[in-house]
Ligand binder design. Sequence first.
Ligand SMILES: *Cc1c(COP(=O)(O)O)cnc(C)c1O
Length: 387
Amino acid sequence: MRLPIYLDHNATTPCDPEVLEAMLPFFGEQFGNASSIHHPYGWLADDAVEQAREQTAQLIGAKPTEIIFTSGATEAINLGIRGVMMAKEKPAEKDHIVTVATEHSAVLDTVRAMERVGFRATYLPVKPDGLVDVADVAAALTEKTALLVVMAANNETGVLQPLREIGELTRKKGVLLMSDAVQAVGKIPINVADMPIDLLALSAHKFYGPKGVGALYVRKRKPLVALEPLLTGGGHERGMRSGTLNVPGIVGLGRACQVAGRLIESESRRLGSLRDMLESTLLQLPGTRVNGNRDNRLPHVTNLSFDGVEGKEWLIALNRKIAVSSGSACSSITERASHVLLAMGVSEARGKASVRFGLGRSTTETDIATATDHIIATLKRLQRNPA
Ligand SMILES: *Cc1c(COP(=O)(O)O)cnc(C)c1O
């Protein structure tokens, strides 16, 4: 089978060869349990985990003690939201969560689950460009609000939320700020030391690490964050996440952080110009539009909507040569227009015919030229033969 050109790097990324190589010994002779403190098998595993913790912390400007390793961002997000709301130290009257309509389902479904056990939630709208209005955030936060959850970069549009301004509000009002930074980490600089973010979720497989491993950053500086663990047991990760550590995965996450730190600047510049190339050609087609704010966006992402094509047929035809999707990998199963685009006021039909392009380390100028030709040809063919 000849595989299509991969332009779906927001869904997942291939493991970097350097990352894979760093992981291999931990499937082999260095197979120890990082909690085995009485022999060198354990020490080797533990040393590797602690090195990965430093590498992960360094990429986001955190301290190693502020990193909790998890099975991915979905778990990190659950630990953050459930952990904060269920914490014994949290005043009982603080029963309110605020989030945004365009968040990933890992956030939205978890907040909905919190509503089912008695907490209250507010889902803020976004403007047509995908940005949340800071005035809406200010109006939603009350003395009862415990937690605000706002993503750093949207997985479908790449739009960057104004976290700095939002963080000033949460600080003033004594509300914790959590950010799903899965799409931003390793792609653009994120520094929790100079941002008022209290909790942050990341996932290795979105930036050239292995699947099934991620982390939650939990601020250890003031204000302190009280957290109730999801998983109890052996008391791993300072009691915040019991379960034998996934040593190879954690080593891979650490190495992926190190590689990303090295490449962040050159890759964002390179991919930014390839993305602009793709976009400027396609925008010459009548009816083609960018979904999302073009000035506050990840450099390697564009979400375009096209006129006169039916979503399903369009996506199937495109995917013969380029691997793309119309929304998140999770929502594409349902064949509904993405909740992100709908929240931005895009119509159901246009939403279904929208395409998310996520460029990545393997993307070349030739790939973009081939993709552009294929998109234009496919569009002409389908528009000429309406279904
Ligand atoms: C992929 C993704 C997640 C889920 O991460 P997993 O590690 O796959 O559980 C959460 N939020 C965003 C924005 C994502 O893109």
